[in-house]
Design a protein around this ligand. Structure first.
Ligand SMILES: NC(=O)C1=CN([C@@H]2O[C@H](COP(=O)(O)OP(=O)(O)OC[C@H]3O[C@@H](n4cnc5c(N)ncnc54)[C@H](OP(=O)(O)O)[C@@H]3O)[C@@H](O)[C@H]2O)C=CC1
Ligand SMILES: O=C1O[C@H](COP(=O)(O)O)[C@@H](O)[C@H](O)[C@H]1O
Length: 565
């Protein structure tokens, strides 16, 4: 078993940090004795114990008030190992996010990054690989090249198998060599296919856990494919890791607008009183991508859009949107509220969903492939690449309010947004100005998660002039206009949180169970009954069935109204 990791409140943390400083400089012996007897140490040491952990109050990084290096007064070391370093996610997201954190002075003074995978690579080859992905992304930053050189010098590689404890022991020796006897915290990022999560957790925990600091493991999705397999995965991981060492990542929780959801609700008097069935008619959670599953067809075909997007990203947003006010911003308080709302929901049935799959299509002399054209996808695959669903929360706040989700690949546009449609104004004095379509008179709040982050509220407004003409207008908070700085990528925020021991944006195991309990009966039914998805052309607006589903609940999809700019 690796070292347990429990970050407590800041006061406790700073006390722990002082004890640890003393312990690490004068009396490492005690720590080793504790370990020998397999006691779970609860130091909350190193970076997690730094004042930066008070991040609800303090901004982070050099653009904030307190650069990490100045705060890093405990002589600790941080080793980050990316398992699956040769893969797509590592290249696309994880290494760039780590560099961005380094660039912003958000990493501690003593840190190293190790890549681990089966592919044979030298340190230099790993550095070249990282540098290629970095140069095409962040070359506009000031002093970027110098910083990049310094960062790359701290990157190393070890090639090994995922199920070989011996190879992780070799990694351990390399880590120790560079940690040079300092108190060292270790973070492992499992950026690998899910069938090898448990092997890696076992080998990393037994072969390469930190001997004197914390060991944490970030686990990528998918966390199973249904309640049973997810429960099994949790049980297996817990043979080697304590729950507080496991950081289940859902990168949508790290997106700026998703983080802002709670601020919008709980830091503004004007929204919270409206946030219930009394004023809200329906809520829509929409995700679409304007490309298919190209290159990931093999993975996608055994998961499908419901598991890939709805059961995690959209459901997490829904939980944050609908939860009651937490007792505090503490991770456990927030996650308790999310679990409560998830457990108040009715599990989905077949009649609550519409599924679709994209078909080939030609437009303007260009042809777009069907999902089943992918050589890694069977020709007769019934896997949905699109789904729309209606969910209901059986509690006093949300009784009767439809929460509609829609997620699709190969749709005409890329977007992720939350749309809140409000009720009609009772006894509206201006009713006749809207003709017979009173729906056009309702307010709508839109949180555009991506692209081009924005929050806008559709209101009815008098068109200036002598007559009385109304139109729908937007109160628009466009992020690029209001905050002309680069918005950090979700992976930056989440990596930093894992380093600091902040669990608020990671999924707890009971949350995961509740999420699977909602979707598993539906997923089983879709598979058992071999439900045939409705075909929609690649690049279209998705299957028509999604409109019927919405209409059944008296809803119109806001993204198709044609009103958005
Ligand atoms: N890519 C993305 O956009 C996203 C990915 N994820 C999740 O992140 C994780 C990593 O994703 P991604 O980087 O795309 O995955 P990859 O398929 O690129 O796999 C990552 C690495 O794992 C090793 N690997 C691949 N297949 C196998 C296998 N069958 N058995 C053993 N090792 C294998 C390979 O390294 P080597 O051969 O060198 O050992 C590969 O470079 C997955 O769990 C995925 O679901 C989540 C969100 C988005
Ligand atoms: O988790 C996943 O997310 C991506 C979309 O992420 P985004 O940050 O680019 O919106 C999706 O393409 C992928 O299928 C899914 O596994």
């Amino acid at each position: 078993m690796g070292l347990s990791d429990s970050s407590k409140n800041p006061c406790q943390k700073s006390l722990s940090a002082q004890i640890l400083k003393w312990a690490s400089t004068q009396c490492c012996f005690f720590a080793r004795c504790f370990l020998k007897f397999n006691l779970r140490l609860d130091f909350g040491v190193g970076t997690a114990g730094s004042p930066l952990a008070k991040k609800h109050i303090e901004p982070r990084g050099k653009k904030g008030s307190l650069p990490f290096s100045e705060l890093d007064n405990v002589e600790s070391h941080l080793s980050i190992t990316i398992v699956g370093a040769s893969g797509d996610l590592a290249k696309k997201k994880i290494f760039p996010a780590l560099f961005a954190l380094y660039y912003e002075d958000c990493l501690p003074k003593n840190f190293i990054v190790f890549g681990y995978a089966r592919t044979k690579m030298t340190d230099e080859e790993l550095r070249n690989m990282i540098s290629r992905t970095l140069t095409c992304r962040i070359d506009k930053r000031e002093n970027c090249e110098d910083k990049m050189d310094h960062f790359l010098k701290r990157c190393f590689y070890h090639s090994g198998l995922y199920d070989s404890e011996e190879h992780f022991v070799e990694l351990n020796s390399k880590l120790k060599e560079r940690e040079a006897g300092k108190l060292s915290n270790r973070l492992f990022y499992l950026s690998i296919p899910p069938n090898i999560f448990v092997d890696v957790a076992r080998c990393a925990s037994l072969g390469a856990s930190s001997e004197n600091g914390w060991t944490r493991v970030i686990v990528e999705k998918p966390f199973g494919r249904d309640s049973k397999s997810s429960g099994e995965l949790t049980r297996c991981l817990k043979q080697y890791l304590a729950e507080d060492q496991i950081f289940r990542i859902d990168h949508y929780l790290g997106k700026e607008l998703v983080e802002n959801l709670s601020v919008l609700r709980f830091a503004n008097l004007i929204f919270e009183p409206l946030w219930s069935r009394n004023c809200i008619r329906n809520v829509q959670l929409i995700f679409s991508e304007d490309f298919g599953t190209e290159g990931r067809g093999g993975y996608f075909d055994s998961y499908g859009i419901i598991r890939d997007i709805m059961q995690n990203h959209l459901l997490q947003i829904l939980a944050l949107f609908a939860m009651e006010s937490p007792v505090s911003l503490d991770a456990e308080d927030i996650r308790n509220e999310k679990v409560k709302v998830l457990r108040s929901m009715r599990p989905l049935q077949l009649e609550d969903v519409v599924v679709g799959q994209y078909k080939g299509h030609s437009k303007g002399g260009k042809s777009y492939p069907a999902y089943t054209d992918d050589p890694t996808v069977p020709n007769d695959s019934l896997t949905p690449t699109f789904a729309a669903a209606a969910l209901f929360i059986n509690n006093a706040r949300w009784d009767g309010v439809p929460f509609l989700m829609k997620a699709g690949k190969a749709i005409h546009t890329k977007r992720a947004e939350i749309r809140v449609q409000f009720r009609h104004v009772p006894g509206n004095l201006y009713k006749r100005n809207f003709g017979t379509d009173l729906d056009k008179a309702t307010n709508e709040l839109v949180l555009r998660v991506q692209p081009d982050e924005a929050i806008y509220l559709k209101i009815n407004n008098k068109v200036p002039g002598l007559g009385m003409r109304l139109d729908r207008s937007d109160l628009n908070l466009l992020y690029r206009a209001r905050y002309p700085r680069e918005i950090p990528d979700a992976y930056e925020r989440l990596l930093l949180d894992a380093i600091e021991g902040e669990r608020r944006l990671f999924i707890r195991s009971d949350e995961l169970d509740a999420a699977w309990a909602l979707f598993t009966p539906l997923l089983n039914e879709l598979e058992e009954k071999k439900i045939v998805p409705e075909l929609y052309p690649h690049g279209s607006r998705g299957p028509v069935g999604a409109h019927y589903l919405a209409a059944k609940h008296n809803v119109r999809w806001g993204d198709l109204s044609g009103e958005d700019s």
